[in-house]
Design a protein around this ligand. Structure first.
Ligand SMILES: [Zn+2]
Length: 225
């Protein structure tokens, strides 16, 4: 229901906007004998109406699908925007849940020549002090060890969240949490062990609670700060 009201309102606003744009175009921009100064004023108005169109178009979810134009472009039946074109601006509600983009995962079995060609999405947002980054790419060839060794980087979807100096990154195979500043290049790498490999007295240094059920099925962990 909310969607219908929203759609109806937007349709109405766009209709009246298109009417204004046509009016300016027909009566001034294409008028014979209009002087340059006047023409500039109306060209500006037309531009500003174009901005309003951009703004309203961002609110359109293209509910009614697309239609073909004479120059064979697919345009939205409501807002007139060309389909399949990345929107450069993102309009979000101030209150309530915000949604940007759709979940993307690797979409090819191919190994691409470069990282750029393999890229599907690389985007980040600073959200009220927390930083979120999403990196989705197909497999690609990368040079390692002073460009002497070719290795295949696996197709991945990596989501990383940074908050108060803590970094959590999730990919298809691991969930990594880093506490404190990231290691400088060349410094000694951290050790990594399963809990059962450590001695009890060493384990006591780690403020970690393992969560599990009656069958010892692991269901998560809590790290105390
Ligand atoms: Zn639309």
């Amino acid at each position: 229901m909310k969607k219908e009201i929203e759609k109806k309102r937007l349709k109405k606003e766009l209709k009246s906007l298109f009417k204004s744009m046509d009016y300016i175009s027909d009566n001034y921009l294409n008028k014979e004998g209009i002087n340059d100064k006047e023409l500039e004023v109306f060209a500006n108005i037309y531009q500003q109406l174009g901005m309003a169109w951009e703004f309203l178009g961002l609110q359109c979810r293209h509910w009614d699908g697309y239609k073909k134009t004479r120059d064979r472009k697919e345009v939205c039946k409501i807002c007139g925007k060309v389909g399949d074109v990345d929107e450069t601006d993102i309009l979000l509600p101030v209150k309530g849940h915000k949604k940007i983009g759709r979940k993307k995962t690797p979409d090819s079995k191919k190994t691409f020549r470069t990282k750029k060609e393999a890229e599907i999405l690389y985007d980040s947002i600073d959200f009220h002090g927390a930083r979120l980054k999403v990196d989705v790419h197909n497999s690609y060839k990368s040079k390692l060890f002073k460009k002497e060794l070719d290795i295949n980087m696996a197709a991945e979807r990596i989501v990383q969240l940074k908050e108060s100096g803590i970094e959590c990154s999730i990919d298809q195979h691991t969930i990594n949490i880093r506490i404190g500043p990231s290691k400088e290049k060349g410094s000694k790498v951290d050790y990594g062990n399963f809990a059962f490999e450590l001695r009890k007295k060493d384990l006591k240094h780690f403020p970690v609670l393992f969560k599990f059920d009656d069958n010892f099925k692991f269901s998560g962990l809590t790290i105390l700060r």
